[in-house]
Design a binder for this molecule. Structure first.
Ligand code: ZN
Ligand code: ZN
Length: 419
């Protein structure tokens, strides 16, 4: 039997309802914050990611699904959302309509990571990009929005960690500093990846997940002495606005994010349910990306939350919603009558289900229960003669009699139609 590709996962009906719910709550909140959805293709030219995420990052050097298509073009499945959104912002001249744009996306992304818990090769993200402003209030708002979405999804116990990477010049200074620190003996004890990173992409040594590296880094690098005055002042303003929004956070000087385009404010959100190495979400500012991609010179910031990781953090704490009503029938005449009622209920916005396998009443009641149905309407031959049906509340086990010709009216009173 052919199975799902390694590192991919089916989202089954028992779970997809929760996904839909989280997506809906997220969309509602994103709208409150002024974001509009953008849907970009899942494939892009490989160069988009190589040039903008950075050729020396793990994502580009090890994790992209890249291929040459029949037209000899180099194509990659998108490993993240920001580069695509900025490409689209520039290509479609969105800046000409309004330079400031708040955009969000929800969808699948692809990275060929070693499959393990919480790391899928097709994973799903909710992300935002606020493009066109350097204002520190925007950083704070973006951070607050990420927390708001997690709260709305019901995630508890997450931690927000902030850091200031400084501008491009500051990052260069930091890279030079790290090269100097680790070029002597201290560097010898770093992992093989970090030994390469120290030459090609020194910043990444700071957030290496290897325990040995973490220890060495925390002993040798403590303070952010590489940040220029302007970037320092910007971050102080960001923190003022974050405090104003009552967001709890901690400063973590080891957060650098694995992508080259980040500048100034960066943040990560961790959750105990995922362990210390995986974030449930992350984001930051990227003030040079648009200009680097031959677009307007505009500041921007954003974040992405991992949907799969939100699901992991929620565990089994969420309850699934079933149908409102199951109609149980006894005999062919009752079934015909019930089938009409079923249609009428659905037309009135009440979710309902009926048996299609000619099961016994007992089996139908069991089915209604496992379906999570709130009520069961029982229609039998006797009920048809009397012109009444029995309505059973599955929670309280109470049963009342309902007039057959006013079933829909009665049920509309009990169950509000789904919006
Ligand atoms: Zn700076
Ligand atoms: Zn390392």
């Amino acid at each position: 039997m052919i199975k799902a590709v390694r590192g991919t996962k089916d989202i089954l009906p028992g779970e997809s309802g929760i996904w839909q719910e989280i997506e809906k709550i997220s969309r509602d909140n994103l709208k409150l914050f002024g974001y509009r959805e953008i849907r970009t293709p899942v494939i892009e030219e490989t160069a988009l990611f190589v040039k903008n995420i950075g050729g020396e990052t793990d994502i580009v050097s090890k994790e992209m699904f890249s291929f040459v298509d029949r037209g000899e073009r180099n194509i990659s499945l998108r490993p993240e959302g920001t580069a695509s959104v900025i490409r689209s912002y520039i290509e479609n001249n969105l800046d000409k309509i309004s330079q400031f744009q708040k955009l969000y996306y929800i969808g699948p992304f692809f990275r060929a990571e070693r499959p393990q818990a919480g790391r899928l090769r097709q994973f799903h993200q909710i992300g935002v990009e606020a493009i066109g402003s350097l204002h520190p209030a925007l950083d704070a708002e973006v951070i607050a929005l990420s927390a708001k979405l997690l709260d709305a999804a019901g995630v508890k116990g997450y931690r927000i960690k902030l850091n200031n990477l400084g501008c491009r010049e500051d990052k260069k200074r930091l890279s030079k500093m790290l090269k100097e620190i680790f070029s002597d003996k201290k560097g010898e004890h770093l992992c093989e990846d970090c030994k390469r990173r120290i030459k090609m992409n020194p910043l990444r040594v700071l957030d290496c997940k290897n325990d040995g590296c973490r220890e060495i880094v925390r002993k040798t690098f403590k303070e952010a002495v590489f940040i220029c005055g302007e970037c320092k002042a910007h971050f102080e303003e960001v923190l003022k606005f974050v405090d104003m929004l009552n967001i709890k956070y901690e400063i973590d000087p080891y957060i650098v994010r694995g992508l080259d385009y980040y500048t100034r404010t960066v943040f990560e959100i961790t959750h105990e349910g995922l362990g210390s190495k995986d974030a449930i979400g992350a984001g930051g500012r990227y003030d040079n990306l648009s200009l680097d991609m031959e677009g307007p010179d505009v500041g921007a910031c954003g974040f992405a939350l991992g949907m799969d990781r939100i699901m992991m953090a929620l565990g089994k704490s969420k309850e699934l919603k079933g149908v409102d009503i199951f109609i149980a029938t006894i005999g062919g005449a009752a079934y015909a009558k019930a089938f009409g009622i079923l249609n009428d209920l659905r037309n009135n916005g009440i979710s309902c289900e009926i048996d299609y396998e000619k099961k016994s009443l007992k089996a139908q009641m069991r089915g209604a229960d496992s379906m999570g149905s709130k009520f069961v309407l029982i229609v039998g031959e006797d009920e048809i003669i009397k012109g009444e049906a029995a309505l059973r509340d599955m929670k309280t086990k109470e049963q009342i009699s309902v007039k057959m010709d006013s079933v829909t009216q009665k049920l509309l009173e009990i169950c509000s139609p789904r919006g």
